[in-house]
Design a protein around this ligand. Structure first.
Ligand code: PLP
Length: 381
């Protein structure tokens, strides 16, 4: 029977210190006083610092990770053509292809990395492919990125990174969002860093950066010109959001270090023998931000039952799966099912994500570990 006084281990925690809240409140007071509440100096500072940290020339702030993708697809003009996207991703990775006039084509999952292999990309490429999107699911980056980059270069097809999960993740020392023509980040509250709502486009390509600035502001030629030259939208980031994002960005490296520490403790404590889970490790060369700590369930284990049991018996609330369902399993995307995406079904269907956040304490980690070991003994896992 569960102990009613026991502290729960939450799936995630969004941390702003007292100092952070004071800093944010002061800066928001600034912009309330000046009246420059959107596309102002804080947004520019956020862009400059984000670009510097991710090793790219340009970063363009927008109001979601969804519109950052749509802007990239529009700037690449995918209209009437195919964009390869993983089956194991968020709705927006594919929905924004359609919004930009293109056709998403699904790629199967590499179970070891939750990403896509170069072979899988090559298999789905055709003369009608306008772009290829790789998603760094859970903050992991596949060691096949250099091979995928080389393949895209050889075929002259732009590579897009949906790095919504991958702030400050690196592969061989290179940051997510700097491998292709453009990267797309999300600052939704549950992400590794947040701006409340928001997104960022990263690129070394001046044309893409210029197009992104045009698209995010109603397709206007410039901030002060009322001439609309693209079919843009209101995709601007407000100054209060930029201020929140700027503060979290200043803590990004230490927040990632906190997640890495928690991940290292999980890796030390959990084995297939003592808990039955098959943990997903960082691919070779990858320094992941551990947006999610993902693992596969053993055969026969019922995910919903395990999650309910861990909550009831141990007060441990699992994080949501990176993706519970592959895209082709959603009614709206059934028509994209090519019938040869089995590993995406496995990766989504057999995955669990343990509680993970930067400020996890040893006590919280031990509670998760002890609960999982007990689940194995009880035959729930
Ligand atoms: C892989 C991926 N792409 C895009 C998005 C969309 O980002 P946003 O929620 O900021 O619009 C998400 C959001 O969770 C995501 O996980």
């Amino acid at each position: 029977m569960a102990d009613a006084n026991r502290q729960i281990v939450p799936p995630i925690r969004i941390d702003f210190s007292t100092d952070d809240k004071k800093w944010i409140a002061e800066k928001i007071t600034d912009v309330l006083t000046s009246g420059r509440l959107t596309l102002g100096v804080y947004g520019e500072e956020f862009e400059a610092e984000f670009a510097a940290m991710h090793g790219v020339k340009y970063a363009v702030a927008v109001n979601s990770g969804t519109c950052s993708l749509e802007i990239i697809y529009r700037a690449l003009d995918v209209k009437g053509r195919d964009v390869l996207v993983p089956a194991d991703t968020f709705f927006a990775t594919a929905a924004t292809v359609i919004a930009a006039g293109g056709n998403p084509v699904l790629m199967d999952t590499d179970i070891e990395t939750l990403s896509t292999t170069a072979l899988e990309v090559e298999k789905r490429l055709t003369d009608n492919t306008a772009a290829i999107t790789i998603v760094h699911c859970a903050g992991l980056m596949t060691s096949e990125m250099p091979a995928i980059v080389a393949l895209c270069k050889a075929r002259g097809i732009p590579l897009v990174e949906d790095a919504a999960h991958a702030h400050a993740s690196t592969l061989n020392g290179q940051y997510a969002g700097s491998f292709g023509i453009a990267g797309s980040f999300s600052f939704y509250p549950t992400k590794v860093m947040t701006s409340a709502e928001g997104g960022m486009i990263t690129t070394d390509d001046e044309r893409i950066a210029t197009e992104a600035r045009i698209y995010r502001d109603q397709g206007k030629a410039s901030f002060h010109q009322n001439s609309h030259i693209r079919l843009g939208y209101n995709w601007r980031m407000s100054e209060p959001c930029a201020i929140i994002g700027l503060r979290h960005l200043q803590h990004l490296k230490e927040m990632v270090a906190g997640r890495k520490r928690a991940a290292a403790l999980y890796f030390d404590a959990l084995t297939a023998e003592n808990c039955g889970l098959r943990l997903i490790h960082e691919p070779k060369g990858n320094s992941a931000n551990f947006y999610k700590f993902a693992a596969y369930l053993p055969d026969g284990c019922d995910r919903a039952h395990l999650k309910a049991w861990m909550k009831e018996e141990h007060g441990v609330i699992f994080a949501g799966e990176a993706y519970e369902f592959a895209l082709q399993q959603h009614p709206v995307f059934q028509h994209l099912d090519t019938g040869d995406l089995p590993d995406s079904l496995y990766a989504c269907g057999r995955q669990v994500c343990l509680p993970m956040f930067a400020s996890m304490t040893d006590t919280e980690i031990n509670r998760v570990v002890d609960g999982l070991k007990a689940a194995k003994i009880a035959g729930v896992l």
